[in-house]
Write a protein that binds this ligand. Structure first.
Ligand SMILES: [Mg+2]
Length: 321
């Protein structure tokens, strides 16, 4: 755009009257451009016109470059979801209420040695030390700053900026999470963080958790990442079973169906049917809201990460009731 404007000025100068030569107009620049002003006043007028035209052109160019980007950001379908989580009292109260309820049920679970949150934990668990399994993102750590960055960049999720964001170590805490964990730890409960952050980011993940005020024990590794072991894929069931070998699991806390059951990567109706099979919700399993992303959203476009944002939006429009 800038080079176009620079080229426009000589073209304007070439369009000026060519007859007559003023002594004041005998500048090599005008001569090379083929411009021969009749007088110094005509030269000044012509230059003023050229500058005005160039500035107008620059102004229009800047507008046409930035306006569509701003418009796309303003109509981004993630905007309300992020702002609800960032600004609303409703989200804060809801998250704190869920954690308050989890704390109440933690007391019941500690008192009842038959209590376990895992369906697979059937025998010889009663005397194991107590543990709680929590997810990390949007369960303990608030990633709304990263989500906002994606809106500003008009980008879909990709691993590189996500890894860079973790490494910058600027996490926020989900309301109520740090207090709940501190309370559970004060009751002798070990907290396990079962996350689908990749094993390659384990150190920055540990640092992120410490930054929001959590203490990680030295005697046991409580941060279990995806791909940390060959049999630890994104489905968290194998990690839950691993913890269940040594601990009585009192509660599960997460923001995604994947934090509780394996049947999350399925069509919408199947997800609902599978979730409703269980009666642990609200007593042993606690779900936090996440309107920004998650398997609920991915299922709307069949978990197809190759689609463009426009294609995803089209799929979502078709899903409207
Ligand atoms: Mg999560």
């Amino acid at each position: 755009m800038q080079s176009h404007v620079i080229l426009t000025i000589p073209r304007l100068l070439r369009r000026a009257p060519l007859n007559g030569v003023s002594k004041g107009g005998e500048h090599p620049l005008w001569s090379r451009a083929g411009f021969k002003p009749r007088s110094r006043i005509q030269l000044i007028r012509s230059i003023a016109w050229a500058i005005c035209f160039a500035l107008l052109h620059l102004g229009c160019g800047a507008t046409s470059q930035t306006a569509p980007a701003t418009a796309r950001q303003a109509t981004d379908d993630r905007l309300d979801a992020i702002l609800w989580q960032v600004t609303s009292v409703e989200y804060r109260i809801l998250a704190q209420s869920i954690y308050a309820s989890a704390a109440t049920h933690l007391d019941r679970a500690l008192a009842d040695r038959q209590w376990t949150a895992l369906l697979t934990q059937k025998e010889n668990f009663q005397n194991l030390p107590p543990a709680v399994i929590v997810d990390i993102d949007e369960t303990v750590i608030d990633t709304t700053r990263f989500q906002s960055q994606m809106v500003r960049d008009q980008a879909r999720f990709s691993s590189r900026p996500w890894v860079e964001w973790q490494a910058r170590n600027e996490p926020l805490a989900v309301p109520g999470a740090v207090e709940f964990i501190a309370y559970a730890e004060s009751r002798g409960v070990t907290i396990f963080y079962v996350t689908n952050r990749d094993y390659g980011t384990k150190q920055s993940t540990r640092l992120n958790l410490k930054t929001i005020g959590l203490k990680l024990p030295d005697h046991v590794d409580t941060v279990l990442t995806r791909n940390e072991r060959p049999d630890w894929p994104s489905d968290k069931e194998s990690r839950r079973r691993y913890i269940a070998q040594s601990y009585r699991v009192l509660l599960l806390v997460g923001d995604d169906l994947a934090d509780f059951i394996s049947e999350y990567r399925t069509p919408e109706q199947t997800r609902l049917r599978e979730a409703q099979k269980y009666n642990q919700w609200g007593t042993k399993w606690f779900m936090l809201p996440n309107p920004m992303y998650g398997s609920w959203e991915s299922t709307l476009y069949d978990f197809n990460l190759d689609l463009s944002r426009e294609e995803v939006s089209q799929r979502k429009l078709k899903r409207l009731p």
